[in-house]
Design a protein around this ligand. Structure first.
Ligand SMILES: [Mn+2]
Length: 220
């Protein structure tokens, strides 16, 4: 069988210069390889994001949010990435990927090395920056988030801002199972302390966070 895909010459030395296949490989075999090459080398942002969201969905597949409906956990990282794109105006693919992956190391069996191998060092580093040390007590982790926020990279600060915005909106939408109104208020107070250390990163996200804090009588 003969196929003509002239642009694939550089990937497939066994095509002739006019794109006709020699007999060594069947057209079907070459077409399969071509699909793989297209996915691995064309580096389209859409393809990369699909691969990333699929990875995150698989890792979080058995987890649910704490809302009464038990919303699938993956809605959260997708929502965080969407806030960055739609409201924050962020198009940096590394930041959007890190948003999709931001809870995989903290909340699933994903290792930083796994993220680096699959998505590269930049994405892995941003995720690492937004990952709490789970060997510490919850109180200490919360304290460290406040302390570390100002020292994060700009990319990590963006993910943190969107993560907080998503979570605070979620708390306004409904109260997590087992939370008292006081615990909700304390979350706002703590989140505000974290966001203070992230200021000067994205005016739109910071303004929207500021409005939510003001509604609770907390000031950024
Ligand atoms: Mn999160």
């Amino acid at each position: 069988m003969i196929g003509t895909i002239p642009t694939l010459d550089r990937f497939f030395p066994d095509t002739t210069s006019d794109g006709l296949f020699r007999s060594r490989r069947s057209f079907v075999e070459v077409q399969k390889s071509a699909d793989a090459v297209v996915i691995s080398t064309m580096n389209s942002d859409a393809v990369v994001l699909l691969e990333t969201v699929n990875f995150a969905a698989d890792k979080h597949r058995n987890q649910r949010r704490k809302d009464p409906d038990g919303t699938p956990y993956i809605n959260h990282p997708i929502g965080v990435a969407r806030i960055l794109a739609n409201e924050g105006g962020i198009t940096d693919i590394n930041v959007l990927q890190a948003a999709l992956l931001h809870d995989t190391v903290e909340d699933t069996d994903t290792s930083p090395a796994e993220l680096e191998a699959k998505f590269g060092p930049t994405v892995a580093r941003i995720v690492q920056e937004v990952t709490d040390d789970k060997s510490l007590s919850k109180q200490e982790r919360k304290r460290q988030q406040v302390e570390h926020a100002p020292h994060c990279s700009r990319e990590a600060k963006l993910v943190k801002l969107a993560d907080k915005l998503y979570n605070l909106r979620d708390l306004n939408r409904c109260t997590p199972v087992g939370w008292t109104p006081q615990r909700v208020q304390e979350y706002f107070v703590w989140a505000c302390e974290v966001v203070k250390g992230l200021k000067g990163t994205n005016p739109t996200l910071e303004e929207k966070l500021g409005e939510l804090f003001t509604q609770r009588g907390v000031h950024l």
